[in-house]
Write a protein that binds this ligand. Structure first.
Ligand code: FPP
Ligand code: MG
Length: 328
């Protein structure tokens, strides 16, 4: 399948609705103070393809139809995502996002933390104006879980023994919850019944898990020029991600010592990092993690197929395919 044309087709079909999402985001992030306007304008470009609003719109279309409120929902979800990226780049000390300097690189950590708060507050303001209790409860719960996931992740930095269960708990919280909420609420605002809501929430959660596993693989073996963001920060900060867990579970004592040195040792020599990365590819750990991501995309499809006719689930499957194949 030609991935980019499929994705382009999908985006073309929802282009007018995505344009409405852009209008909502721009209006919400506008500021009379030029200093703040410049910063929010810079950060609003971090969303790239606007995957989360596109997902909400495609789910809405599949579950009963896009309404004017979906543009607002898409904008809220995207702005929450943008705020988390601004904070995440401070935490990761990242310098590049979407081929632009991160907010912390451009204006320093002090202002980046506060700008993340500004964007998050504007997102909640817009959410309040949606006047939907379910959306308010579900999205604020998702943000709270997202922060818990980040705290848990930090507690387990440099923990070579991190279990697969805990890894999944972390990525479900920090990434998949927001996907699940965005899909569930899109179906809710489209007037879909409970069974559809539950299955589309599962669709979003499984897609989000797959997205993060692919992200974790790209952090190790991706190309910064293609991804447009800082890579390699997971090893630098000792984050045990799925490819590393799979490598640990199958490697011999020498490889395991190398892994321990890179993960728990603080700043490992660049040569050790390079050797570990090449072993991760050679011994199949990255492919194993990508195969796992594919399983989650398949689970997402099963959930969508359970409640939707083929014409409705086919676009959602195409989005799953993009999540697996993406290099950005
Ligand atoms: C990306 O992780 C980060 C997240 C999915 C969530 C980060 C969330 C926070 C820092 C909390 C923010 C809280 C509020 C209230 C705004 P990653 O580093 O694996 O992905 P990356 O490769 O895109 O950097
Ligand atoms: Mg990061």
């Amino acid at each position: 399948m030609n991935q980019s044309s499929t994705l382009d087709d999908l985006y073309r079909e929802i282009a007018p609705d995505l344009a409405r999402v852009e209008v909502e985001i721009a209006a919400s992030l506008a500021d009379d103070e030029p200093v703040i306007a410049e910063m929010t304008n810079h950060a609003s470009r971090f969303g790239g393809k606007r995957l989360r609003p596109a997902l909400s719109l495609l789910v809405a279309r599949a579950a009963g139809g896009i309404t004017p409120r979906h543009a607002r929902l898409g904008a809220v979800v995207e702005m929450i995502h943008l705020a988390t990226l601004v904070h995440d780049d401070v935490i990761d000390g990242a310098g590049l996002r979407r081929n632009q300097p991160t907010v912390n690189a451009a204006w320093g950590n002090y202002e980046a933390v506060l700008l993340g708060d500004v964007i998050f507050a504007r997102a909640i303001n817009l959410l309040a104006r949606l006047k939907d209790e379910r959306a308010l409860l579900s999205l604020t719960t998702a943000v709270s879980r997202l922060c818990s996931g980040e705290i848990l992740q930090n507690r387990h930095r440099r923990d070579v023994a991190l279990s697969e269960d805990l890894y999944y708990q972390i990525i479900e919280s920090k990434t998949a919850e927001l996907y699940a909420a965005g899909c569930e609420l899109a179906a809710h605002l489209a007037g879909a019944p409970d069974l559809v809501l539950r299955n589309l929430s599962t669709y979003g959660r499984e897609l989000g898990i797959a997205f993060q596993i692919v992200d974790d693989c790209l952090d190790l073996v991706g190309d910064e020029k293609i991804a447009g963001k800082s890579l390699g920060t997971d090893l630098e900060y000792g984050k045990m991600t799925l490819p590393l867990i799979l490598f640990r579970n199958t490697s011999g004592p020498r490889e395991r010592r190398l892994l321990e040195s890179v993960i728990s040792g603080g700043c490992a020599p660049a040569e050790e990092v390079r050797r570990l990365v090449s072993l991760l590819s050679r011994d199949g750990a990255v492919d194993g993690a990508l195969a796992r991501a594919r399983e989650h995309v398949e689970r997402a499809s099963v959930a969508a197929r359970r409640v939707l006719p083929e014409s409705a689930w086919a676009p959602l499957e195409a989005l799953g395919e993009f999540v697996i194949r993406r290099r950005i």
